[in-house]
Every structure is written in structure tokens, then in C-alpha cells.
Write a protein that binds this ligand. Structure first.
Ligand code: SAM
Ligand code: SF4
Ligand code: F3S
Length: 457
């Protein structure tokens, strides 16, 4: 495959003759994948592509996939299947698959064998190979593929960001934790941290460009730097970013409870730019299930973190991820999860029915819990959380919240919607001129999905 810059030059010469060429890039899965999608778009822009939201008018389609649950994969296969028609209508259409699905050999093989409409497959750490693969396709190759693992990541990769005021900044890639249900360590490799200096410089530039929210990303940001001798720790990095000049809020995800140190909690509380919200995935309220999941903390340890932060800031907000129906989860295990969410009072939960992933440890367990029991538990969990949110959101009534406005409301005419520092959805009367700005809002009502208020001058 030709080297990146040489390939870019050659593609420019080929597609230059038929400009404008339009690319449709769709990312699935977590924010790290969305961030990769922004880099893919950055490379395509450098080559000369424009972007479209409509796959029917695209000359190039890239599906940037997620493998975390089976239904995520099924969805992509469904979409790829339906693209066969597009390819028949437009002979020179190029279709590529990137992202986490491609890192599983059996999936890459299935794509190659059963989906001839796909022209190339790009692995998760091979984004810089995109120009080379594309060039192969433009020169008529039937199928190109690079799913090799590359150790380094390009710091200078251009990026087309999805938002003009919210920016994601990956601080590390990969995961070392091997939770028994999870495919991520197999498809994203081991932890690799970016240099603190590069991260700080990126955030400085984003702040200077007027970005209002900086989201630091990693599968477990708390172990940032562990792979680099002499590196600053994550709490130290937070303090360095907090010192950058500008009016912006700092968020981060995800934090693994086993690595949530007192140093981290103090940094969150003391840094004025860091949101008073922690996304702390707990997965289950049962110590037995947590051990089976290889999470390496107990419910008691988890609650110590919650209590430490709430004692110092009683309004502090927590959100979490939960898995329902891990193999052989009993009624008692599930009841412990309900008890935990009532005790913590999460502002929001992201809950998933366990999905068996080939190659993981949990996939080997003989699971005797029927699917209908898992679905019933999921409904019960969501209902319990609805009650908690409705009640707990009331703590904000009569208070002032600082809100970064995201968009006009889809639910109410004449309203806008945004996120408070605590990551709560806030809706209030306003118009699109407020999008991308911080405003102070007085809260007057609590719903189960948001709080409602009015703007304070
Ligand atoms: N690294 C993050 C952490 O440990 O908190 C989570 C990353 S994962 C992409 C997001 C969430 O997907 C997990 O927290 C877990 O709840 C869920 N998840 C992962 N594997 C799953 C599986 N096999 N079935 C169902 N949910 C799963
Ligand atoms: Fe998956 Fe666990 Fe790593 Fe999160 S910490 S990505 S759940 S293995
Ligand atoms: Fe999915 Fe890969 Fe993220 S498996 S959740 S896109 S790291």
C-alpha cells in the first residue's frame, strides 16, 4: 500500500477530475468511535471530499462500527445488506467498513465473503491507512483491508468536528481491564496514553477557538499515564487543563470505580471548570456478579466514592452504566442492583441487557436465565430509575443552573434544550441564537427526563 501522503496526492489527482465527490461517514457506538469518525472525515476533507448526510447521493460510504453488543453488529449488517442496491445503481460507489467490528477476524472474514458490495475494511488503529485503501479501490482493486495493530497514533491527524462548541479529546486508547463480558480490550488493544503536553496543547487551541465543552475520553481515564514512565496522573492532567484560560466546562468518561482515587475526587471538587458530575459505571449492585464480571471493586467500595463526593457537595450528580441479565444473575442479585440505584440516587442510568460476545470469558458460562426474565428485569430497572429521577431532580427547583445550550427543543415550541454543569437536561423558553452559549437558568419544575426553568438575565 502506498504511504499516506503519496496516496493522498494520487487520490486528489484521480478524484480531482470528478469533483465534487461526496462522502457519507456514519459512526456507531461510543464517543471514542465518534472521535475516530471525526479523524476519518479529517483525512477525507484533506483529500478533497465534501460530506453528505444522505447515503443515496454519496460517492463514498464509510460505516464506522461498534461491536459492544450483538444488536449493534446486526444493525450494521442490515445497513450493509441494504447498500447492495445503492451499489447496483451507482457502479463507482465505494463502500468501506471501519471501527470495532472489523477487529474481530471472524467478522472481517464474514464481510469479505458475504458482502461483495464492501470495497475495503479499515481496522481501529489503522486510520492513517485510509488513503492507501481508498487509492487501491479507485485503481480497481476488488477488496482492500488493513486491520493491523499500529502502536502509535498520529498527533497531527486532521479532524472534522461534529460540533462547533463541544469537543471530544481522546486522552488514551484501548483497555487493560478485561471485564468478562466486554469485547473492547479485544478490539481496541492495550492502553496507550497520549502525552499530557499534546493533550494540553489541543485543549488550549480548542479553548482559543471558542469551544465551551471539553470531553476527555478513554475507556478508563483513571488509569491515564500508567503506561508511560514519569507521566502525570489523570487528576494532575485535570488540574493542568483546568488552568487553561477560557470559559469552558471539562467533562470526562469513563471512570473505572476501582481506580477512582481520593486524589481524583479532590481534583473534581477543587477545579472550578470540572463538572460536578461523575459517570461511574457500576454494572451491578451484587458483589457476586461484580466478581464474576472481574470488576475488581465491591458495592461497599463504590459507595465510599459516592459518599465522599456527596458529603462535600450534596448536589453532586452521578450517572452510571448497568448490565441486566449477566449469566445466571439471580433474583437476589437483581434486587441488590435496584437497592443500589435507590441508595445512590443516580440522575440517569444507561442500562443494557447482557449480550454474549464471542471470545470473552463470560461467553463460556452456561447461562440459565431465560430471556423473558432479563427483559422483565430491564423494565423494572427503568421504572425504578424513572421514579428516582423524578423525585431527585426536585433538588434543583428554585436553584440557578448554568446551562450550555445544545439545540432548540424537539418537545416544546419556543424552548431550547441544554445540559447543566451536572449533566442534567434543562429546557427553557429561548431561541436558536442561544445555541452554543452558557446561560443561567432558574429551575421551576422537575420532570423525569429533565428540569424546566426560565432564563435569568
Ligand atoms: N470502559 C467503560 C467502563 O468500564 O465503564 C465502558 C465502556 S463500554 C463501551 C459501555 C458500556 O457497555 C459498559 O459500561 C457496559 O455497561 C456495556 N457493555 C459492555 N459490554 C457489554 C455486553 N457484552 N453486554 C451488555 N452491555 C455491555
Ligand atoms: Fe470494557 Fe471493562 Fe474495559 Fe470498560 S473497563 S472497556 S467495560 S473491559
Ligand atoms: Fe463500541 Fe468500540 Fe466503543 S465496541 S462502545 S465503538 S470502543
Amino acid at each position: 500500500m502506498p504511504e499516506k501522503q503519496a496516496a493522498v496526492k494520487e487520490i486528489k489527482a484521480i478524484i480531482g477530475k470528478k469533483l465534487p465527490q461526496k462522502a457519507y461517514v456514519r459512526s456507531f457506538g461510543c464517543q471514542l468511535n465518534v472521535s475516530d469518525g471525526e479523524k476519518i472525515k479529517g483525512l477525507l476533507k484533506e483529500i478533497g471530499y465534501e460530506f453528505t448526510e444522505n447515503e443515496n447521493e454519496a460517492d463514498l460510504i464509510i460505516l464506522n462500527t461498534c461491536a459492544v453488543r450483538e444488536n449493534a453488529e446486526d444493525r450494521v449488517f442490515g445497513i450493509v445488506g441494504s447498500m447492495k442496491k445503492l451499489k447496483e445503481l451507482k457502479n463507482d460507489l465505494i463502500i468501506g467498513i471501519s471501527g470495532c467490528m472489523t477487529a474481530q477476524e471472524h467478522i472481517a472474514e464474514k464481510i469479505r465473503k458475504s458482502y461483495p458490495q464492501v470495497d475495503f475494511v479499515l481496522g481501529t488503529s489503522a486510520i492513517n491507512s485510509l488513503p492507501g485503501l481508498l487509492l487501491d479501490c479507485l485503481k480497481g482493486s476488488r477488496f482492500s483491508c488493513d486491520i493491523n495493530e499500529y502502536a502509535d497514533f498520529s498527533e497531527a491527524a486532521p479532524q472534522v468536528r461534529e460540533s462547533t462548541f463541544k469537543a471530544s479529546v481522546p486522552i488514551m486508547f484501548g483497555c487493560n481491564n478485561f471485564c468478562t463480558y466486554c469485547i473492547v480490550p479485544y478490539v481496541r488493544g492495550r492502553e496507550r496514553s497520549r502525552k499530557a503536553e499534546d493533550i494540553v496543547n489541543e485543549v488550549k487551541q480548542l479553548a482559543a477557538d471558542g469551544y465551551k465543552e471539553i470531553m476527555l475520553l478513554g475507556q478508563n481515564v483513571n488509569s491515564y499515564g500508567n503506561d508511560m514512565e514519569g507521566s502525570v496522573s489523570f487528576p494532575q492532567l485535570l488540574r493542568m487543563i483546568n488552568d487553561i484560560e477560557g470559559d469552558f466546562v471539562i467533562r470526562f468518561m469513563s471512570s473505572h470505580p476501582k481506580d477512582a482515587s481520593k486524589e481524583l475526587m479532590d481534583a473534581i471538587l477543587e477545579c472550578e471548570k470540572v463538572a460536578k458530575h461523575l459517570h461511574l459505571p457500576v454494572q451491578s449492585g451484587s458483589n457476586k456478579i461484580l466478581a464474576d464480571m472481574n470488576r475488581r471493586y465491591t458495592v461497599e467500595k463504590y459507595l465510599e466514592i459516592v459518599d465522599y463526593l456527596r458529603e462535600r457537595d450534596p448536589l453532586f450528580s452521578f450517572t452510571t452504566d448497568l448490565i441486566v441479565g449477566f449469566p445466571n444473575e439471580s433474583d437476589e442479585d437483581f434486587a441488590a442492583t435496584i437497592e443500589l440505584i435507590k441508595r445512590v440516587k443516580y440522575d440517569n442510568i444507561y442500562s443494557f441487557i447482557y449480550s454474549k460476545r464471542t471470545g470473552t470469558k463470560a461467553a463460556e458460562i452456561d447461562d440459565r436465565t431465560p430471556e423473558e426474565v432479563k427483559s422483565r428485569r430491564m423494565r423494572e430497572l427503568l421504572e425504578a430509575q424513572r421514579e428516582i429521577s423524578t423525585e431527585y431532580y426536585k433538588r434543583f427547583i428554585g436553584r440557578k443552573m448554568r446551562v450550555l445550550v445544545d439545540d432548540t427543543s424537539k418537545k416544546r415550541e419556543g424552548y431550547v434544550t441544554g445540559k447543566s454543569n451536572e449533566f442534567i437536561i434543562v429546557e427553557f423558553p429561548g431561541d436558536s441564537t442561544l445555541i452554543g452559549r452558557f446561560v443561567d437558568v432558574e429551575i421551576t419544575e422537575a420532570r423525569n427526563w429533565a428540569v424546566i426553568g426560565k432564563i435569568i438575565d
